[in-house]
Structure formats: structure tokens, C-alpha cells
Design a binder for this molecule. Sequence first.
Ligand SMILES: [Zn+2]
Length: 377
Amino acid sequence: MYDLIIRQARLVDDSLCDIAVSRGKIAAIGRLAGPAARSLDLAGRRYLSAGWIDGHVHCFAESPIYHDEPDAVGVAGGVTTVVDAGSAGADDIARFRQLASEARTEVRALLNISRIGLATQHELAELDDIDLQLARQAIARHLGFIVGLKARLSGSVVGDNGIAPLRLAKALQQSAGGLPLMVHVGNTPPDLDDIAALLEKGDILTHCYNGKPNRILDQQARLRRSVLAMLERGALLDVGHGGASFSFEVARAAFEQGIYPHTISSDIYCRNRIAGPVYSLAHVLSKFLALGMPLPRLIDCVTANAAAALGLAGKGRLEVGADADFTLFDISPAKGVLHDCEGASLPAAQSLRPLAAIVAGVVWPTQEGKADHVFDL
Ligand SMILES: [Zn+2]
């Protein structure tokens, strides 16, 4: 007998299917008749995808500046896995892991290459804080929780160090078995051309549609040659919306040149979650829907693509044997406008409304989902 059967789920390609769960894994997919301890009938009206993965959040509750609770940025918004992008370095990754283990949401971390993590906003201004030996020890001790590295390469973070912290990040990556490296681009220096030149296959550039002078476009709004070359080498683009790193104008110009994000993440933490302009991963996804991204492509960015980019085995795919992590949602007509970080707005067409996160077969309805009695199991 299955632990759970979800019946008549609508997939993003608009097909309907049933999914059975046993011991936290997907046990069967198709038209299923077998008995189950519990069943959830979506009646073809609600969407189901693999659990959403937000690959760039800040959810270390004890971090002084950018902090939040994993479940507030996770299951409360239909997100089953969150990846904290560098809130903690070697000094406090153990404490972060301990706190994260209490969450309903699956939490992973990108280790900040600075041992102090985001204890300050200029964590890479002292090269002594980039202690490769200490970082390697932390990775060895917490591998599995640590899924990659994070380096913030903006002028306000690196001080006078220019591109040097990125060279150290690449050296650390190489000596730590080639873990994914996420690099943040912000204010200059360093210039994005110098950052892009060092990024290789699998490296992730976050804040990819930022509207600052370090945007991915040149003066003529064409994709920078350095970024094109980086993409040709297999480096990846991540959205990392955040409070100051997303421009509709840049995203639109990139789309017109066929440059879409590989992964869509929120860079959410308590302040931009409560006061905006991020609010939730679903809200960020709704912006990409309004920009014209088709639903299957959109959902790939927070499922299969995110799992592949961050090496999350068992996640991001609806297939037998994978983790039974799902996001249930609907798409409703929306009124009003959506805002980027540059003062521009866009009419909202539709909004994605998460109804529940299912993590290893356990159903966590969202606020909207609780009003929807289908989740009363
Ligand atoms: Zn961030």
C-alpha cells in the first residue's frame, strides 16, 4: 500500500496524472488504482510540479543583516528546498546547519568563501578572512549540507581587492572537488567583464538581470561579449532578484536576444519578503510569466535546472525513485502592477499561487492552501 496518492494532478504541460508516494520517495506515476493510506484529489484543477527549489535565499536566523527563517522563505510559500547563498562562512556554518535541521523546508548552503560570512557587508575586504584551509575543513565536515560556494564580487564587498577574491574562490573550488560556485555581481569595481572572464562551465552568475552599470548588456543594449563567451563555456545565469538586482528592461532586452535564465531565485530575506519587492519566489515567477516566459520553461528554472545547477540529487524531477517533494499551485488572473528594483512596472497578467509544499511526502499547505479544503487530509 502506498503512503499517499495524489490524483488528477495537472502538470505544467497540461497533462493529468496520478503520483504515488512511499517512504518519502515517488513510488509510481501514471493512472494509479492501488490502495493508499491517504489520497489527495486535485480534480485536474490544481497544478503539481516537482518541489520548487529557491537557489538563492538568506535564511540563517542569527545572521545580523540578511536573515530569515527557512520555513518563512520555504514551505510557507510552496518552496520545498532553499539554498542559502553565503550567509554563513566557515566560522558559523555548523551553527547554521543546526538551526536549519529544525526546519520543515529542506535547507542547503553555499559556503561563503569568507570565514565570517555575511557578518558584515564587506566580508571580502580583508583577504585574511578568505582562509582556504578553514573553508576546506568546513566543506569536508558539512558536505551534503554545503552544496557549493558563494563569492560576492562587488566593490562594496571586496574593498580594494578587485578580482583577487574570485581567484581564491576558483582555487578553493578546484581543491574542493569542483563544487558549484555562485558569484554575485553588483557595483563596480570589479567590472563584470573581469568577473565573466573567470567563470567556467557550471559556475553561476547571480543577479543576472541587475540594472546597475555592471549589467549584462553593453551601451547598445547588446549582450556583452564577455557574457556571451562565458555562456558558451557553459556558465549559468541565475536571477537572484533581491532588493536591488532586478530590472525588467534588462530582462526584456536579454529575452529578445534569446538569453533566458537557467535558474530563477529570489534572494529573499525578511526585509524584501515583507516590504517587497520580492515577497516570495512565486511572486518573482509571476514577473517572469508577465514577461512572457512559458510556464514549462519557468517551472524548469526552479526544479530540474536548479537541481542540476546545484547538484541536488533526487530533487527537481518527477520520476520514480526521486524524493517526494512537490509544489501544488494554481494560476489565477491578477490585477495591478508588478515592480522591479529600478522603479519600472509591468501589468500583472496572472499570478502563481502556491497551495502546498509537499516535502518527502508530508503535506504543508500554505495560507491560501488552508482555505482550500482539498488539503484537509
Ligand atoms: Zn544574496
